[in-house]
Write a protein that binds this ligand. Structure first.
Ligand SMILES: [Zn+2]
Length: 241
């Protein structure tokens, strides 16, 4: 057993014994660490805030690889107060944490944490959580082996794109299109932008509501059909809509 400090985000938690919790922290470079947080449910516990869902900071713990670690202390980097007072944003954070856990488990990639981290911070800053979430969803596709080709027609390589085929896995040009319905050019262009943008550098997200919702519909349908990921919090988001 060693004492370590890791940057991370609490992606889920469950009650443990009378006043404690087991928290799962998605960390920057040590994967998901399951951790006992002793007595954290007591009002005066110094571990109370760092053991809440979405707690984002540096965690100090007795680390046991492949077993439950024990939380010693934590320093919160951002309390996410705007998000935590808004049920809509909380719902998106819940979904993003659940999705990131699933994608991490499939890919074991260290790229997942920085994506989740920048998404949470942008949502806290006030950027549209639906757009931010769609961007993350698109960028996660390659880690679960179902990336879409949004560079050229998947059939012939042409750049004269008229639609997207989920079935064929990406953009389709006018010549190769069979029965796929045409898709608005703005939607097609934004999908590509979503899949390449550096979330941490976003400073303007002025997207027409109908276009935004169309993109959300496409991505949701793609996940439902191809990802194999089932999500309780996604269902809740759909109900919110
Ligand atoms: Zn083509």
């Amino acid at each position: 057993m060693e004492v370590i400090s890791v940057d991370g985000i609490v992606v889920s938690s469950m009650p443990f014994k009378e006043n404690s919790k087991i928290i799962n922290i998605l960390t920057k470079d040590k994967g998901i660490i399951g951790c006992v947080s002793k007595g954290c449910k007591k009002l005066k516990s110094p571990l109370r805030l760092v053991s809440e869902n979405f707690a984002y900071g540096t965690f100090h713990l007795y680390y046991k690889e492949d077993k439950l670690s024990t939380l010693i202390d934590g320093d919160i980097k951002n309390y996410l107060i705007n998000s935590k007072s808004d049920i809509n944003r909380i719902s998106y954070l819940s979904y993003l944490c659940e999705l990131s856990t699933n994608v991490f488990k499939e890919s074991e990639s260290d790229d997942i944490y920085p994506l989740l981290e920048s998404a949470i911070l942008k949502i806290e800053e006030g950027y549209d959580p639906k757009v931010i979430t769609n961007i993350v969803e698109l960028q996660y596709l390659k880690y679960i082996g179902i990336d879409l080709n949004l560079d050229e027609c998947v059939k012939c390589g042409s750049s004269k794109i008229v639609t997207l085929s989920m079935d064929k896995g990406g953009y389709i040009c006018g010549n190769c299109r069979t029965n796929e319905p045409l898709i608005d050019e703005k939607v097609l262009k934004l999908l590509r932008l979503y899949s390449y943008v550096d979330i941490s550098k976003i400073s303007n997200l002025d997207i027409d509501k109908n276009i935004r919702d169309h993109i959300n519909m496409i991505i949701s349908e793609y996940y439902d059909t191809y990802s194999g990921i089932t999500s309780k919090s996604k269902k809740f988001l759909k109900d919110l809509d």
